[in-house]
Design a protein around this ligand. Structure first.
Ligand code: PRX
Length: 650
């Protein structure tokens, strides 16, 4: 990881406290603050109690096996199927005709609803189709799709037959897709002919085809016909249209009895080195964790209409658009489009159209809505909303207040939820009806979760001292390892402070009330509009360009996106920087990583601040970008370069 600073700056600015109204407290289903004490003291029993809400083929012998840390096992020897628990269990409970999934297309007149009965049929047909293609238990299937219903259906179809899924966000490039397919050794890729983005029709098939050139493991490709394109040249031995594959399949498919510890999915996430990490989640613990947190954090009732605006290409979409809601039998909405198409009121039109009661979105979106102004939400009836959620990055108090007042009509509590791809489920969060809210703080650890702030040496810090966020006890939906890389798993998360302590990679402080204030990543990971990007990945993309000798990428604070990447580049001898070259480099990174990885700016420089051993001090560049003083430059080989860069940045 990046060089650790002994001290982390955290802002102490706090606004007023929000106490849940008594009325709300009474209605909340978990209105017993004693739950924290109970979960703390009866940790395993607490989680076992929740796991009991799922249907198991065989109960576990042991709740938690933590004898060989950091390799945890939850619900040891339990047998379960996630797809069954998200669908069939509710049908058995008489909810077959309840709407499970609402899909809203980007074109305003396109939408579909699936009841639990209908969802089961679709899932079984796709599951049988995958089997026909030779997919069996343990075979990883990669999805590279826009937000079409087939993606949610595909996850559940895979879970049904015990094939782990690996979803690659549709905005990633062919190279990024190929890397992920390659690492997971997928035999099947599910993709689409194209997708809509702000009214434009964009190609997807071409990207998939390009990646297939370097992914020899892929034997079969399933194509969702989203755009009705007629120009695809298919390889008949490899490619099949989704609708043709499922047309004749049976609507019944017996779920596989999976071990609680069998892999449910892989989710690749950016790490501190160039190579993305395959975060591995298993079945029983993941489902228990996401089901329980979803129910409690969003205080879910049977009649709720819940909308999570995240893409299923990220963990939020997995845990809180698909698995968490469906495990609870909740109606969940999936939206294909953008918040500003056809107009900037699209989100609010959706809330009005479906009478959404709980909305879960990201601070970056909230800041955008704030910029657009309240005219857009004010056009729509948002009176059905009763609870608002936030995830992905710290929410600044100003955006919190706006979300609370304008969207929530000062009525709806806000749950600011801290978690990660690796944690699988929400870990630091208010419980509506119990927790007093402080805008900007994710508040307290979920019952049973032990979080703390350590200094660089591993000692717990006093209130309000900035340090490193750690988790001191395993939790059911924790990642089990990094795919095919247990050593990297140990080194990344469990070696900073010992093999029992999870190192989250975030800087934070805890205040005098025990509330957590997360500042952001302290490693070489950038959080851009709630998306995690590795600066190392961008740097290797830059040096891949023939004009570039060396590069350093750091985050620049941005009002809307939280941070944006900027690149400092040293060119190969004799080359000079120009606007054209800057554009070319930005395009080059975009091509290798995908549009989300494009740097917002490029600086050309003769040199970069380096230690005597030649390591680039990114920390200094980061400070310059934040408009701060560079700090101690005495260990640099070339301190003079800092002044020069400072003049240029400001
Ligand atoms: O830095 C934290 C930030 O997002 C990181 C995790 O990113 P990812 O794995 O992509 O998952 C995002 C969705 C769960 C964390 O290490 N983060 C996430 N939620 C919050 C947050 N930072 C502050 N407050 C949050 N509520």
């Amino acid at each position: 990881m990046a060089e650790k600073e002994s001290h982390i700056e955290t802002s102490m600015e706090e606004t007023k406290k929000y106490s849940p109204p008594e009325e709300f407290k009474k209605k909340a289903n978990m209105n017993d603050p004693g739950i924290y004490k109970y979960a703390e003291e009866n940790y395993e029993e607490f989680w076992a109690g929740h796991a009991e809400n799922l249907e198991w083929y065989k109960k576990w012998d042991k709740v938690l096996d933590w004898e060989n840390p950091p390799f945890a096992k939850w619900f040891v020897n339990g047998k379960i199927n996630a797809s069954y628990n998200c669908i069939d269990r509710h049908i058995k409970d008489g909810k077959g005709d309840k709407v499970a999934l609402i899909w809203e297309g980007e074109p305003i007149d396109e939408s579909t609803k699936y009841t639990f009965n209908e969802l089961k049929e679709e899932v079984c047909k796709f599951a049988n189709g995958l089997k026909e293609l030779g997919v069996g238990k343990g075979d990883v299937v990669t999805f590279y799709l826009p937000m079409v219903p087939e993606l949610a259906i595909g996850l559940l179809a895979c879970a049904r037959i015990g094939a782990p899924h690996s979803v690659v966000f549709g905005g990633f490039s062919p190279t990024a897709l190929a890397d992920r397919v390659h690492d997971s050794e997928s035999k099947v890729l599910v993709t689409a002919d194209g997708y809509y983005r702000r009214g434009k029709k964009l190609n997807m098939w071409e990207n998939a085809l390009e990646s297939l050139e370097s992914t020899p493991t892929v034997e079969k490709v399933v194509i969702v016909d989203r755009m009705g394109r007629k120009d695809l040249e298919l390889d008949d031995s490899r490619d099949v249209y989704y609708h043709k594959l499922v047309a004749e399949q049976s609507t019944e498919c017996e779920p596989e009895q999976m071990d609680a510890e069998d892999m449910l999915f892989l989710m690749y996430t950016s790490g501190t080195t160039g190579k993305p990490k395959g975060v591995l989640h298993t079945t029983g613990g993941y489902l228990t964790g996401t089901m329980t947190t979803f129910k409690w954090v969003f205080d879910i009732k049977d009649e709720d209409i819940y909308w999570c605006t995240a893409d299923i290409g990220w963990i939020t979409g997995h845990s809180y658009l698909v698995y968490g809601p469906l495990a609870n039998g909740t109606t969940t909405i999936m939206f294909e489009g953008s918040p500003d198409y056809p107009d900037k009121d699209r989100f609010w039109k959706i809330v009005e159209k479906y009478k959404v009661t709980v909305l879960y979105t990201a601070p970056t979106a909230i800041r955008l809505f704030m910029k657009w102004g309240r005219e857009y939400p004010d056009r729509c009836d948002l009176s059905t909303l009763r609870l608002l959620g936030s995830v992905g990055e710290p929410i600044n108090p100003k955006a919190w207040e706006w979300y609370h007042k304008v969207i929530g009509d000062s009525r709806c509590p806000i749950v600011d939820t801290w978690w990660q791809t690796e944690t699988g489920m929400i870990l630091i969060t208010p419980l509506p009806g119990i927790t007093d809210l402080k805008p900007g703080s994710a508040t307290r650890p979920f019952p049973g979760i032990q979080a703390d702030i350590f200094d660089a040496g591993g000692s717990p810090l006093e209130p309000n001292q900035g340090g490193y966020l750690v988790l001191k006890r395993p939790w059911p939906s924790m990642l089990r390892t990094l795919y095919k890389n247990p050593e990297r798993f140990k080194k990344t998360y469990w070696s900073e402070y010992g093999i029992n302590i999870y190192f989250a990679g975030d800087g934070a402080r805890k205040d005098e009330d025990g509330y957590f204030w997360v500042v952001g990543r302290i490693d070489d990971v950038l959080n851009v509009a709630g998306h995690r990007l590795s600066t190392m990945e961008m740097e290797s993309a830059l040096v891949d360009h023939p004009a570039v000798a060396e590069a350093a990428v750091v985050g620049r604070p941005d009002d809307l996106k939280g941070h944006v990447p900027v690149a400092y580049v040293i060119l190969e001898g004799g080359r000079t920087g120009s606007d054209e070259l800057a554009k070319e480099l930005i395009g080059h990174v975009g091509k290798i990583i995908g549009p989300i990885g494009r740097p917002a700016g490029v600086y050309f420089s003769e040199d970069l601040p380096k230690t005597r051993s030649g390591k680039i001090m990114r920390r200094i560049l980061k400070r310059l970008e934040a408009g701060e003083e560079p700090g101690d430059t005495s260990t640099l080989r070339n301190p003079e370069i800092v002044e020069e860069l400072k003049n240029r940045v400001q």
